[in-house]
Write a protein that binds this ligand. Structure first.
Ligand code: CTP
Ligand code: MG
Length: 378
């Protein structure tokens, strides 16, 4: 069975810089969500995508290497895009789906395929819970909502039947395929739809989809610890800024212990190993590297995984230099590198009362805790 995703629209009602289907929603573009949801279903053998003129580059980038065969050219209206897609894939059972519906629960696909036995087509529907009335600015006749259904996609058909229905319609402009099928005298079953399938049409729909994604995230915590010994002349790089001090810190990179501890805390929260695994000290390209590169990379990995950084807290442990006068500058710098607000970053400092290696002024230690939100199984 083939799933045909139409993604050739311009997304005019949602607005924004690029059509909604190519925009990132959480960790990946809307189209990638839609493709993954269908490719992940065991009974779907192939997914094909219809895109508009001039959209190939946006679509290819949004698809990020997913196997959808050659892109199919769409048409002026949605039904033109569906028709082009049907002609490109030929026969067999087809699930026609909107790219603008990023989340498709597998159970809906199961229900559709079950209903296809004994019917020419099957569509997911939901009842309407709000009161409905005809009107413009003035309410006119109430509509009997018991007789109203919201029709969603994917819709399941035999491609040959649907092409026949298109031919019979002779150019009429349906908003979905089930109405074409019914007009051609074919039998279409309804199955229970799902609110997850609601279409992204206007800005409120986008906000709702983001909230749905965020609800799947759970709080995760990571810790980090790092030490560098003093060597050579100052200043020391600490918390992303150069702090005046008579001695510098030894290290392969710029030896910023605070940024290293925060980087490890973030990697730990995301379950992504440690800083040495991502930036091996044996690799000459990191010699003298600015540690902000490491920190920014950890933050990007979390975002790429659909995660959010909630808070980081770092304690710098040394007798000197004094951290207090630089604390706010460090917070602002770390927040800037992470792309979060200053309130989400805490920098603290302590001495060890003259005890141990930090007490003997041999080096600086830092420890950090990071709180993030990410999907459990990421
Ligand atoms: N679509 C399509 N070809 C068209 C028009 C729409 O493939 N000529 C697709 C859209 O990309 C979307 C689905 O049909 O996945 C549902 O359409 P809609 O929500 O109306 O999307 P747009 O047409 O892109 O948005 P708008 O109507 O606000 O411009
Ligand atoms: Mg449209």
């Amino acid at each position: 069975m083939t799933a045909l995703i139409v993604a050739a629209g311009s997304g005019s009602r949602l607005g924004g810089e690029m059509p909604k289907q190519f925009r990132a929603l959480g960790s990946k573009p809307v189209l990638a969500h839609a493709v993954d949801a269908l490719l992940g279903h065991p009974r779907i053998d192939a997914v094909r995508v219809v895109v508009g003129d001039g959209q190939d580059e946006l679509a290819t980038s949004a698809l990020g290497g997913r196997d959808v065969g050659a892109l199919i050219r769409g048409g002026r209206e949605r039904h033109d895009s569906v028709r082009n897609g049907l002609e490109a894939i030929g026969g067999g059972v087809v699930l026609v789906h909107d790219a603008a519906r990023p989340f498709c629960p597998p159970a809906v696909v199961d229900r559709l395929l079950g209903a296809l036995d004994g019917h020419d087509g099957a569509v997911p529907v939901l009842s309407v819970s709000d009161t409905l009335a005809k009107g413009d600015s003035v309410l006119r006749d109430p509509v009997d909502r018991a007789r109203m259904l919201r029709v969603q996609t994917p819709q399941a058909f035999h491609a040959e039947d649907l092409l026949y229905a298109f031919d019979e319609a002779k150019g009429a402009a349906p908003t979905d395929e089930s109405s074409l099928m019914l007009a051609a005298g074919l039998k279409v079953a309804t199955v229970e739809g799902d609110a997850m399938l609601d279409k992204l049409t206007g800005p409120a729909d986008w906000a709702r989809a983001e909230a749905l994604l965020a609800a799947r995230l759970v709080g995760r915590t990571g810790m980090g610890f790092d030490v560098h010994g003093f060597a050579g002349d100052g200043p020391v790089m600490l918390g992303g800024i150069a702090v005046p001090h008579e001695r510098g810190l030894a290290g392969h990179s710029d030896a910023d212990v605070a940024l290293h501890a925060i980087t490890d805390a973030l990697l730990g929260a995301a379950g992504l190993g440690d800083i040495g695994a991502h930036f091996p000290p044996s690799d000459p390209q990191w010699k003298g590297a600015a540690s902000e590169v490491f920190l920014a990379h950890a933050a990007q990995l979390i975002r790429d995984g659909g995660g959010l950084i909630d808070h980081v807290d770092c304690t710098i442990i040394c007798e000197a230099p004094k951290v207090g006068p630089h604390r706010e500058a460090m917070r602002a710098r770390v927040a800037g590198i992470l792309g979060v607000g200053v309130a989400q970053v805490s920098i603290k400092a302590t001495t060890t009362e003259g005890l141990g290696f930090t007490g003997r002024r041999e080096g600086i230690a830092a420890q950090a805790v990071a709180s993030i939100r990410m999907e459990l199984n990421q």
